[in-house]
Design a protein around this ligand. Structure first.
Ligand SMILES: [Zn+2]
Length: 455
């Protein structure tokens, strides 16, 4: 171990000279920025198998930011709270692009190294990566290391999207990429993707989402301090698109609610939201086999005329049709996934609804075949009937009636999209259109909670 450290200390200073020479022009303000996609390192013609990004390497293709807007970013929203978003958890190779200069800092040794343009990183061995910037010689870096911009309006491009803050690279066998940035800047990249493109007339819904997303994120930051990251940037946590996703409307919503969170007593509330409830939200204990939660009850989402606030959503009502072969195959594939030892086999003959919750969602359902039956409950039914083998393609909701029940075809007519718990996002938009403020919207879905600044 001692010997290895010495070797790194010998290696890095020598390479700093080489990289500094290469990077000196791009650190000069008058030097024109590289055009997106010029990517000299990628097509340098040098033979270096360690950093080759050709062939089947999808990372290289994703990194060329042909479609990324590289105009200066608006100023950051400073709050002092930093969040760590895992953008990639296990890559052997990864590529970044910067319009202007970024600095590479290593925990182990050495002064910061200035880099610009395309930066390719390839895992070599045991926490050591090879890094190449443009056509300069590759050099070795020990993880963890950080790429950060000097100019906060620049951003760093990763997989075709531009991100504020810094990129932390970590890992021993694979490279984990974390985007570390101000909480409020993170929310600017979340709210537009969670709520879609919204108008200024719907700003109160964006504010409600900003407060809900901030609460969700703060809870993760508090409880994941010993973990390598706080959140994923996907639907598994909150969809995060970095600086590319920002809009003036969402920026305004985040800025005007800065620091506000949803509290239950003195604690951060557990926050859930979903696309479209269909007219009534689901109670927490309806969707999942857990104890009831006082502020996650089944709430009416009807306006004073009895019309659902989310009725305008394209997912308010839906139909799903399968052939008997299709649905039988889907159930066979999915039934045993989360229930080892229990699975459906053979061909589906009939779907029998055994019990419903007051919200209309199905509590228990029996999928009957020739060789027996498989029972599924509440939100789990959406996973059993998902069309794809991955995490997508879930049945839109567990609130449906059966229109055709075999033997050749099965058709469901349903309402809503998502698990139904907490805030109905399209309902929030409908409420904003009708004049409700963001705190009225949040109180409608999280009954009994308070909105306050976090200490
Ligand atoms: Zn709704």
């Amino acid at each position: 171990m001692e010997k290895k450290n010495r070797q790194v200390l010998w290696t890095i200073p020598a390479l700093i000279i080489g990289v500094a020479v290469f990077c000196a022009p791009v650190l000069t303000p008058s030097t024109p920025a590289k055009e997106p996609g010029s990517a000299s390192g990628r097509h340098s013609g040098r033979h270096d198998p360690v950093l080759s990004l050709s062939g089947d390497d999808a990372v290289g293709g994703d990194a060329i930011p042909l479609h990324v807007n590289l105009s200066p970013l608006s100023p950051p929203f400073k709050s002092g709270a930093i969040i760590r978003i895992a953008l990639s958890r296990a890559a052997k190779k990864t590529v970044f692009f910067t319009r202007d200069s970024v600095f590479l800092r290593q925990a182990s040794a050495g002064p910061p190294i200035g880099l610009s343009g395309l930066i390719a990183v390839v895992m070599h061995s045991n926490g050591r990566v090879h890094l190449r910037c443009g056509s300069a010689p590759a050099f070795r870096v020990m993880l963890p290391c950080t790429l950060s911009t000097e100019d906060e309006t620049t951003g760093i491009v990763f997989k075709g999207h531009r991100y504020r803050g810094s990129m932390v690279l970590d890992g021993t066998r694979d490279i984990m990429v974390r985007n570390c940035l101000e909480m409020e800047d993170y929310l600017r990249g979340v709210v537009p993707l969670e709520m879609g493109k919204r108008s200024w007339q719907e700003i109160e819904a964006l504010k409600a989402q900003a407060v809900a997303s901030r609460t969700y994120a703060c809870k993760h930051v508090l409880f994941r301090q010993k973990e390598p990251f706080d959140m994923l940037g996907t639907i598994a946590d909150q969809v995060y698109g970095g600086a590319d996703a920002e809009t003036p409307e969402a920026d305004s919503a985040v800025g005007s609610t800065q620091g506000l969170v949803i509290l239950w007593g003195d604690s951060l509330a557990d926050i859930y939201f979903h696309s479209t409830c269909g007219g009534r939200t689901a109670a927490f204990d309806e969707a999942w086999d857990k104890p009831p939660c006082p502020y996650l009850q089944s709430e009416s989402d009807l306006d004073p005329d009895g019309k659902p606030y989310c009725a305008f959503s394209p997912l308010f009502e839906w139909d799903e049709t399968w052939s008997a072969e299709e649905i039988s195959s889907i159930i066979r594939r999915n039934s045993g996934r989360d229930n080892p030892g229990e699975y459906f086999s053979g061909r589906l003959r009939r779907i029998r609804v055994l019990d419903r919750f007051p919200s209309g969602r199905i509590n228990s359902c029996r999928l009957e075949g020739k060789k027996g039956y498989f029972e599924s409950r509440s939100d789990h039914l959406r996973f059993v009937l998902r069309r794809t083998s991955g995490s997508g393609g879930l049945l839109r909701s567990s609130n449906f009636t059966i229109v055709e029940n075999g033997p050749r075809r099965f058709t469901l007519h349903g309402k809503g999209y998502g698990h139904g718990v907490g805030m109905c996002q399209m309902g929030a938009v409908g409420r904003a259109r009708s004049g409700q403020s963001y705190d009225q919207i949040l109180r409608a879905y999280f009954s009994g909670t308070e909105i306050s600044t976090i200490n």
